[in-house]
Design a protein around this ligand. Structure first.
Ligand SMILES: Nc1ncnc2c1ncn2[C@@H]1O[C@H](COP(=O)(O)OP(=O)(O)OP(=O)(O)O)[C@@H](O)[C@H]1O
Length: 250
């Protein structure tokens, strides 16, 4: 097997007496979707926040392409290729879809000396932006203001902005939330194609989507990893069915 792109090693985080992350280890390999599931309050968001750099762990390590990034800031991790879906609030409502993605592409081009130049006039941005928009099926919405988009389309624009930064690994926090069945199906198709370019650590409550998409699954319960394995192994894991899927085991 190839080297993991992202490695989380024995991470711990406590909030006072509450152990929100308990000795968590997981790997993300090229070409895979690794889903992180668990009941409400299991510690999924706390774990992701430590991986993105928003929250410092008490102990443990996070490695990106073998490099220890545990002490790096959010921006430094992003520069090294750790991508995440943008929150809706980070999109500029009053700008078009194209402009929003342009701003993200410009960020990765890192040309700070061009800060004075209106982003819309920069021809070198047009081609990469058009490619990303086409990829996400957003070409015909390029000129539409973000404020006028449906919820599902906004999620796709967030994804476009994340991809514009050319991530090596992608963290997605509930990309199907509020998408409806058509939007979910579209996102499932997109992610199943995308994983071949950039592996994805996926937090998702939609279990149908998880089991359609995930190559491997980690189940978090009370901050710790209850089980880790292929989608089939997790689906049939007695402790998972009992503790998480809420089924009686026979
Ligand atoms: N900043 C904080 N201070 C204190 N406790 C916190 C903080 N953030 C999270 N917690 C607690 O840590 C535990 C894990 O929360 P977390 O949000 O990571 O779970 P989750 O699995 O993402 O839940 P959900 O599926 O509901 O989003 C919860 O008991 C939560 O109340």
């Amino acid at each position: 097997m190839s080297e993991p792109l992202l490695q989380v090693k024995q991470l711990n985080k406590a909030f006072g007496a509450l152990q929100a992350t308990r000795d968590v280890s997981l790997d993300l390999y090229p070409g895979e979707i690794h889903a992180l599931i668990g009941p409400n309050g299991a510690g999924k968001s706390t774990l992701i926040s430590q991986i993105t750099g928003n929250l410092p762990p008490d102990s443990g390590e996070i490695l990106l392409q073998g490099e220890d990034i545990t002490g790096l800031t959010v921006a430094e991790r992003a520069q090294r290729g750790l991508g995440r879906s943008f929150q809706i609030s980070s999109l500029a409502d009053e700008l078009s879809v194209r402009r929003n993605v342009m701003i993200a592409v410009q960020a990765i081009q890192g040309s700070s000396f061009r800060f004075w130049k209106p982003v819309s006039s920069d021809a070198s941005l047009l081609e990469p932006v058009a490619t990303i928009l086409e990829r996400l099926g957003l070409s015909d919405r390029a000129g539409t203001l973000v404020a006028e988009l449906s919820h599902g389309e906004r999620r796709l624009v967030e994804m476009a902005c994340a991809l514009a930064l050319q991530p090596r690994a992608l963290l997605l926090d509930e990309p199907m939330a509020g998408m409806g069945s058509e939007g979910t199906a579209r996102m499932v198709k997109l992610l199943s194609e995308l994983k071949h370019e950039v592996p994805i650590l996926l937090i998702e409550h939609d279990m149908d989507a998880v089991f359609q998409l995930a190559d491997r699954v980690s189940v978090l319960v009370s901050g710790g990893v209850l089980a880790q394995g292929t989608a089939d192994e997790i689906r049939n894991h007695p402790a998972v069915r009992e503790a998480y899927l809420g089924e009686e085991t026979t």
